[in-house]
Design a protein around this ligand. Structure first.
Ligand code: COA
Length: 330
């Protein structure tokens, strides 16, 4: 009997503080009109407070996930945290989240594929379920992007926000869950989107800090071009491989980086705006959390058997798309 990895629950968390376009107008030379028309973003959430890392949000999302799925922490076999903003370079934020929610009998680790982290993590987690090894695997995407955003850089500070979302994967023998994916990466994209310092190549020094090398660096227009083409390509590729027409697709669940990239992907797939999950206007780009936060926001509108196409593009470059058959009614 073929085992697939079904998503059996969703949890999410966004911090209380709302950073609006109007507030950004006071910080940098920008306007609400420019941000809205170029990105679709109106506001984002920011995690405030001293010594608060991505794990704080991940813990909230996973705690809610365990409650909603009636799962005791000791039942979880594995937890993978998708993040580009771990609390520390080590230990893994996944370990901190596990400890925070009382998961004890599991192993846990982080996975970083920039804005494609969640899709990569979901694919990785699914293998452990499909193989029959594990029964309950948590994938949490958590990013505190405000930790690496330069709030004097108008082209970047408008884009990002903080948040976390989590899903539970469990075995299905009825054909629900993750059915196919195409994942890609190309390291030649390194130069266009990165955080230059803080790793082993350029450890932190007074100079790297003074140069702003610990912030996100991005050549926005170049990244935009690659994102539009590649995200749309893989989404269309997965549909073809799975024999899905646009009528068969119930939802596009896109990474929320820029509404114009999302629109281009939907157009290429031939799906109308009514089938596109969109919350970029409220959260901005939360990197590893965008896709699970979409599922979290739209969960009540999902029906058992719906065909979902998840799609992402990010630094690296990394990109991918996935076909998920939704496994439950809320
Ligand atoms: N407010 C007002 N003007 C701004 C601005 C802001 N917040 N940010 C940039 N500009 C200006 C630029 O300085 C530039 O001015 P210039 O022509 O005088 O130099 C002009 O707007 C156009 O800049 P450009 O970067 O070409 O704009 P764009 O239409 O490409 O939009 C992004 C910029 C960042 C919104 C867009 O490139 C983007 O979304 N890129 C991809 C981002 C992304 O998805 N990253 C994550 C990948 S997962």
């Amino acid at each position: 009997m073929k085992i697939t990895a079904a998503i059996t629950g969703v949890g999410g968390y966004v911090p209380d503080y709302v950073l609006t376009n109007q507030e950004l107008e006071k910080l940098v030379d920008t306007t609400d009109e420019w941000i809205t028309s170029r990105t679709g973003i109106k506001e984002r959430r920011i995690l405030k407070g001293k010594d608060q890392g991505s794990s704080v949000m991940g813990i909230q999302a996973v705690r809610q996930l365990l409650e909603k799925t009636n799962t005791r922490p000791e039942e979880v076999d594995l937890l993978i945290c998708a993040t580009v903003t771990p609390d520390m370079l080590f230990p893994a934020t996944a370990n901190i989240i596990s400890a925070g929610v009382g998961i004890q009998n599991a192993f846990s680790y982080d996975l970083n594929a920039a804005c494609s982290s969640f899709l990569y993590a979901l694919t990785t987690a699914a293998q452990f379920v499909q193989s029959g090894i594990y029964k309950k695997v948590v994938v949490v995407g958590a990013d505190k992007m405000s930790a690496i955003v330069d709030y004097t850089d108008r082209s970047n500070c408008i884009l990002f926000g903080d948040g976390a979302g989590a899903v539970m994967l469990e075995p299905s023998t009825d054909g629900y869950g993750i059915l196919d994916q195409v994942l890609c990466s190309n390291g030649n994209g390194e130069q266009f989107l990165n955080q230059k310092a803080g790793g082993s190549r350029r450890p932190p020094t007074a100079e790297t800090v003074a140069n702003g090398e610990h912030f996100i660096y991005q050549e926005g227009a170049t990244v935009f071009k690659f994102a539009v083409k590649n995200m749309a390509d893989v989404a269309a590729q997965v549909m073809t491989r799975q024999g899905l027409s646009h009528d068969d697709v119930a939802w596009l669940v896109p990474h929320q980086a820029n509404k114009r990239i999302i629109d281009a992907t939907a157009n290429r797939m031939g799906v109308g705006p009514e089938k596109v999950m969109l919350n970029i206007q409220r959260y901005g780009n939360t990197t590893s959390a965008t896709i699970p936060l979409c599922l979290w926001d739209y969960e009540k509108q999902l029906h058992k058997g719906d065909n979902l196409i998840l799609a992402a593009f990010g630094g690296g470059f990394t990109w991918g798309a996935m076909h998920v058959k939704w496994a439950y009614n809320s």
